[in-house]
Design a protein around this ligand. Structure first.
Ligand code: ASP
Length: 357
């Protein structure tokens, strides 16, 4: 028992820092967005200055598209969709056009989206001809009684919803084909040929206080047997809950599924919030003390880093983006880089690639 209270006392600062202070209360009208375009071995020597500039431009355009929806008072889901649509249509990223090749030289796409208001969610897995899988995921959420549809059935559904259907070759790019050829010739893994993973995702808080998250990917180069990763799995690659956070992940999907990364982060944050509320009540913590202890971003960062450390411990790597109800937008990754960006109503707007930025 004593140990329990000692632990509580030690964790008190961090917990109060995160949720207990009135400073953490949601400010009316705040918005925030974070996006990613994949994590992996992203080193300066692997990108020319021109490539780097183009990637930053693409990330900024996606960030701006989402931010514009939010600044105008739009809905969280619409902002997620706006950002991801641009990245899916951009051949540089492993989602939509530019998706990696399967072992059989085709493309199989996965995507998911989640609404933090009611935890409604939609996902598609292994679709081969839907131009924008994120739209199909959203249609599954809003126009079907299901959460996840796969393969041909998902494609029939998408066509019935009037979504744009394209030939599988639409997703082809030379550099992704070369990556598959290298993987086969050199008998190396997807991690060796995917200089970056390139999956895309967005997480947002809108002005109405609602959270949403979305993720879209072509999976991993050379995947076989209709392999499906974490991106369309609600709780692994994507999760949103107005009570805690919105998360989108990228990385070695098998490990993210095993850890249940997106849900795990949200659950830990919700637990901390509940604990801090009851603790404050017990202690009748004065506001000034709570304010003095306020250090929300650090505590949040630690929670995300702890979950990513679990992924690493099992042998996986990758990263996550995270937005909270009080407007924090942050990243955690255990790779050398992650294509990422964040913007907020406080005037922040930044994109980054390497780990040391
Ligand atoms: N997580 C994705 C998958 O395993 C890949 C990625 O994020 O790049 O399918």
């Amino acid at each position: 028992m004593r140990g329990f209270f000692a632990k509580i006392a030690c964790g008190q600062a961090a917990i109060l820092a995160l949720w207990g202070s009135p400073l953490a209360a949601q400010e009316e009208g705040k918005w925030a967005i974070a996006i990613h375009g994949g994590a992996g071995t992203i080193a300066r020597e692997n990108l020319t200055l021109e490539q780097e500039a183009e990637l930053r431009e693409s990330l900024q355009a996606a960030l701006d598209a989402g931010a514009k929806v939010l600044a105008n008072g739009g809905e969280a889901l619409d902002a997620v969709e706006a950002a991801i649509l641009l990245l899916e249509d951009d051949p540089r990223f492993n989602a939509g056009r530019g998706a990696v090749f399967t072992w059989d030289e085709t493309h199989e796409l996965d995507a998911s989206i989640m609404d933090g208001r009611d935890r409604n969610a939609g996902a598609v897995a292994g679709v081969t001809n839907v131009r924008n899988p994120i739209l199909a995921a959203r249609a599954v959420m809003t126009e079907s009684p299901h959460v996840m549809l796969a393969g041909e059935g998902a494609e029939i559904f998408a066509a019935e919803q009037g979504l744009e259907i394209v030939p599988n070759e639409y997703f082809d790019t030379d550099f992704r084909r070369e990556a598959l050829e290298r993987l086969k010739a050199e008998q190396v893994s997807a991690l060796d040929v995917d200089i970056k993973f390139g999956t895309v995702g967005a997480v947002v808080l809108d002005r109405h206080g609602n959270l949403a998250a979305g993720t879209s990917t072509g999976g991993m180069t050379g995947k076989r047997w209709n392999r499906i990763g974490d991106s369309p799995v609600i709780g692994a690659g994507t999760y949103a809950d107005n009570r805690s956070c919105a998360v989108s992940a990228t990385g070695w999907g098998e490990y993210f599924i095993r850890v249940g990364v997106a849900h795990e982060i949200c659950t830990r944050l919700r637990g901390q919030k509940e604990l801090s509320a009851s603790f404050r009540e017990m202690q009748k913590m004065p506001q000034a003390v709570a304010e003095a202890l306020f250090d929300g971003e650090r505590a949040l960062q630690k929670t995300a880093d702890d979950v990513m450390a679990e992924v690493k411990q099992l042998g996986g790597d990758g990263g996550v983006i995270l937005v909270t109800p009080d407007g924090h937008a942050l990243f955690s990754f255990n790779t050398s880089g992650m294509y990422r960006g964040r913007a907020s109503s406080e005037g922040m707007s930044e994109v980054a690639i390497y780990g040391d930025e």
